[in-house]
Design a protein around this ligand. Structure first.
Ligand code: BGC
Length: 750
């Protein structure tokens, strides 16, 4: 539904501590019969919560309108509010700073997009006779203070219950201290409907323990590293303050806040003396633990509850197997997605960063697209990518939306040029969506950005067709890189960048062919071949050794199809050798991690792939699990074996990038992969490995739910497959011919 606003963007005459309330009384017009329907359209410069007739509008919706590249896209919400309309009522909004005006990024910036909060809203009431009454934001609105006296996404929120006055939502309320509003100049061309889901409260998590730290502080453990906030109902002396500090981990028994860097992640609740209910909805925190100060009386596990907040996505994929550590790793991946899909796919949800880092989603998109239906969520983000890329002459910013193109005072400082993998998100994310959902129109929509990126990188190549110039993140966070230098990878930057570009060209060529863009297909196909030859000529020796001879370079060369068969086999053998020589501990950073298991399992080294996956010693996927992790960590060793936090300057405990391995688990252990984009035909090819006695996976595809389950039996492996009607599954098991299955339940002895 698209809506043309006739209303104006308004701003309160007083800022009211950055959390103003705005209201307008609405009286139904007479003479037109009953109300047939009513709809509300709204957006804000800042974040808003809407109220009509004293009740919240939007089912548990928070932090709307989220964060988009506001310079070009501001999304508005549309609601059916027919049931909330009464004869005489109040339309009200509570605003907060949000991403628009709060702190953003690690440069210490705030007010990146503007100085004044704004509200644009329009209520359209349609009567029985067809008459439409429109109430829009204009200078007749009133603005006043809320109980919120400070709010920031990074730093937290302060609520002073003594200031709470709910009468603002009642018609005819006397409102001392309220002021008027003024209109803001605003280009309505920027307005666009929501493509992705809104952010909502999703779940309430109960505390599991209250304890006292060695230094005497009161700590509450929610048992799960999550994203959202803590809410409570409490009574105590008027004016006394409860302070809640959040952190993901404890370090030596105390709240581990160093990883938050400058984010204060602190909420304060000032008591009124009566029974107060506090819920800080204008911030969010990444935390498992809170430290509580000033609680009146005894604090128990029932005193506080954690509210989990993220984009409202449908869960589609599941995985379970006989190994508990692996199951916990998978749960951690799911929670990593939940915590970082708060309107924008972010790197992390807790420190002074929380940005849409492109490289992180480039590697995680296939995993995300299995676990949840992220077609619209990432489709929306890709629209921001288009807008940012167009404004940056074809370069892909490090982060999208991109506040890093401004300095602290908001002045433009230009873009860094596109690095590999991060920039390749322009092609890899749409490709992951195409594989998962098979939506040709979406691929077509994203093709111009894919092609523009491929052409831009061409201009960065050396004369010998290698991408060995310019700034690169490379194989970021290689486990051997020192804590204070995550760039220092074993893999050569040119090898990583050229390989990633080759993959991008292969994707863009295939997309062009699919879309019937023959000219583009010829252009990119020729370039792909040239870049592939350059890679082999310069980086691969006759014996199959790839320059820098480490796990990542073999993973990329094998999986991206850069090697002819004979060298591919040799590269697989060398990779298996390197993995064994490293005692099956992982040796890859952001670039190699999503591909290393595929490289092994596709070159005859399934056993080595399982050994790498199931290795519990640091660095490995399971090491964090053995340390009690409930989300995927940014570093292989965000927490060191002795329980101290990694000394590096960036140490998040909730980063999904290294969780990209779940994609391999889904396809290779669970055995569900698309044989055609969108799973019109599904490949069922689980490859049971040593160490597992059973596994199961399921996926809600566009064509229905497909599920697989295998179990080791004395005589071999028994495989059960559920195929939805109308879908074909091809079962491919070692030593057997392919079996084609139609809809129904099937059991196969392998
Ligand atoms: C982020 C990463 C990101 C990286 C760039 C970090 O600060 O947290 O996940 O991709 O910077 O290399």
């Amino acid at each position: 539904m698209t809506h043309e606003f006739t209303a104006s963007m308004i701003s309160p005459d007083d800022d009211f501590d950055g959390a103003p309330l705005l209201r307008r009384e609405v009286t139904l017009e007479s003479g037109h019969g009953d109300v047939a329907s009513a709809e509300l359209h709204a957006t804000a410069l800042g974040v808003f919560e809407a109220f009509l007739g004293g009740r919240p509008v939007g089912d548990d919706e928070v932090l709307s309108p989220g964060w988009s590249s506001y310079e070009w896209r501001l999304r508005y919400r549309s609601y059916d509010v027919t049931d909330l309309i009464t004869e005489s009522t109040v339309l009200g909004f509570a605003l907060g700073n949000g991403w628009y005006r709060g702190r953003l990024g690690f440069l210490g910036s705030r007010r990146v997009y503007g100085d004044e909060l704004g509200l644009l809203a329009e209520l359209r009431i349609t009567y029985a006779d067809g008459h439409v009454q429109t109430v829009g934001t204009d200078e007749s609105w009133q603005a006043g203070p809320s109980a919120v006296t400070a709010n920031d996404l990074y730093d937290g929120q302060t609520i002073d219950a003594r200031r709470r006055d709910d009468s603002w939502l009642r018609p005819g309320a006397a409102l001392p201290g309220w002021t008027g509003v003024h209109t803001l100049s605003f280009d309505q061309q920027r307005l666009t409907g929501y493509v992705g889901p809104v952010t909502r409260r999703q779940e309430v998590v109960r505390a599991i323990a209250v304890s006292t730290s060695p230094s005497g502080r009161t700590l509450v453990d929610f048992g799960q590293n999550l994203v959202g906030w803590v809410r409570c109902t409490v009574q105590g002396e008027a004016g006394s303050v409860i302070t809640i500090r959040h952190a993901e981990v404890l370090e030596h028994g105390e709240l581990g806040t160093r990883p938050l860097r400058t984010a204060k992640a602190t909420d304060r609740f000032v008591l009124s003396g009566a029974v107060d209910r506090f819920e800080p909805t204008k911030t969010f925190h990444g935390f498992r633990y809170v430290e509580v100060d000033g609680w009146p009386g005894e604090l128990t596990t029932d005193s506080l509850e954690a509210v989990v907040v993220h984009s409202d996505l449908d869960r589609t994929g599941d995985f379970e197997c006989s190994d508990d550590l692996l199951n916990q790793l998978h749960r951690n991946v799911v929670w990593g997605l939940r915590g970082n899909f708060v309107d924008v796919p972010t790197d992390c949800p807790q420190r002074d960063e929380r940005l849409g880092w492109t490289g992180d989603i480039a590697v995680f998109a296939p995993t995300a697209a299995f676990l949840y239906d992220v077609a619209d969520f990432l489709g929306d983000w890709l629209m921001d990518l288009d807008a940012e890329q167009a404004a940056a002459d074809g370069q892909i910013p490090f982060v999208i939306p991109d506040p890093l193109k401004y300095d602290k005072s908001g002045s433009p400082i230009g873009e860094h040029d596109t690095p590999a993998l991060w920039g390749d998100s322009a092609a890899w994310v749409p490709w992951a969506l195409w594989q998962a959902y098979g939506d040709r129109d979406a691929l077509d929509r994203h093709f111009p950005a894919m092609a523009a990126h491929a052409r831009h990188v061409k201009s960065l190549l050396s004369p010998n067709d290698l991408w060995d110039t310019g700034f690169q993140f490379g194989d970021w966070l290689d486990p051997q890189a020192p804590p204070d230098n995550p760039f220092q990878a074993q893999a050569d930057n040119g090898v990583v960048a050229t390989a990633c570009y080759f993959r991008t060209l292969a994707i863009v060529t295939e997309a062009a062919q699919l879309l019937g863009r023959d000219g583009d297909a010829a252009e990119f196909g020729a370039l792909r071949d040239r870049v592939g030859s350059a890679f082999r000529d310069h980086y691969v020796s006759a014996d199959g050794t790839v320059k820098s001879d480490c796990q990542t370079v073999y993973a990329l060369a094998i999986v991206f199809g850069l090697l002819p068969d004979e060298l591919r086999t040799k590269a697989g053998d060398r990779l298996a050798e390197l993995a064994a020589a490293n005692d099956y501990r992982i040796g890859t950073g952001f670039a190699g991690t999503p591909f290393v298991l595929d490289a092994l399992s596709s070159t005859g080294h399934l056993d080595a792939a399982y050994l790498l996956l199931l290795e519990p010693d640091c660095p490995s996927w399971l090491y964090p699990v053995t340390m009690g992790a409930t989300t995927v960590w940014e570093r292989w060793d965000s927490m060191l074996p002795d329980g101290t936090i990694n000394p590096g300057e960036m140490t998040s405990f909730n980063h999904y990038a290294l969780g990209a391995v779940a994609d391999w688990m889904h396809r290779t252990i669970g055995g569900i992969a698309p044989l055609e984009p969108g799973y019109g035909r599904v490949l069922v090819a689980p490859r049971p490995g040593d160490g597992l006695s059973w596994a199961r996976a399921s996926l809600q595809t566009r064509g229905g739910r497909v599920s697989t389950q295998w179990r080791r039996e004395d005589a071999g492996v028994q495989l059960s497959v559920d195929v939805p009607h109308g879908m074909t599954a091809v079962v491919r098991m070692p030593g057997m011919d392919d079996i084609e299955l139609g809809g129904g339940q099937h059991t196969i002895d392998c």
